[in-house]
Design a protein around this ligand. Sequence first.
Ligand code: DHB
Ligand code: MG
Length: 216
Amino acid sequence: MSATSDPVTERHFQYIAERTLQEDDLLRSLKREARAEGIPAIWISPEQASLMQILLRLVKAREVVEVGTLAGYSAISMARALPPEGRVRTIEISPHHADFARRWVARSDVAGRVDVHLGDGREVLRSFGTDTADAAFLDADKAGYPVYLTESLRIVRRGGLIMVDNAFAFGQLFDEHPTDREVGAVRTFNEVMAREPALQSIIVPIGDGLWVGVKP
Ligand code: DHB
Ligand code: MG
C-alpha cells in the first residue's frame, strides 16, 4: 500500500481532535451531571458532532429525527446546526433519560428546538409523517436498527440524510469473542445498510464508525 493510503491511526484522530472546536460549558456540564445521575456516559465526540453539523447544514436541514436521546448531547448538537424554526424530534425509551434530556434542552441555547418523545422507536417513528424530515440519526438499541432504517427511509425526504452510529460496534467489530451483546446486531445491520438500494451510504471512520447515507 502506498504511503498516501496508509490507514488512519490514533495519532491522526488525535490530530483531528486538536483541530476541532471543543464542546462548550453547557455540554461539559451536561456530561458531568449525567454521570452524577447515573446515566450511562455515552455521547458523541466533538469531532463527530462537528461532522454531523456540517452535513446537516449541507442538506439545509430544518427537521431532524433522532432515535436514542440518552442525555441529549447529540440532539442539542444537531439542533445547533438548524435554523431558528428548525426542530429535532428525538425518541427515548427511558423515562429517566428523557426527563434528563428535557431539563438540559430547556436550559440550553436550543430550548424549544428539541422535542423529546418518550417511547419505543418503532412506535414513535410510525407516528411520524412521510417526507417530514430532512435528516435522521439512529443511535439506539442496535437490534432495532433495521426497523429504524426502514421507517427513516419513509420519513426522510429525497435528498435527505440518514446517519447511523456505531458501525464499528464499540471497537469490537473484528473481535472473535466480543463482550458486548450488541456486536452481532451491528454486524448484521452493517450488511443491511451496505445493501440498501434506497440509500447511497458509506462508513466514515470517525467516533465508533458513522454511517452517512443520502437518499437520492
Ligand atoms: C454504546 C452505545 C452507543 O450508541 C455508543 O455510541 C457507545 C456505546 C453502548 O451501548 O455501550
Ligand atoms: Mg452511539
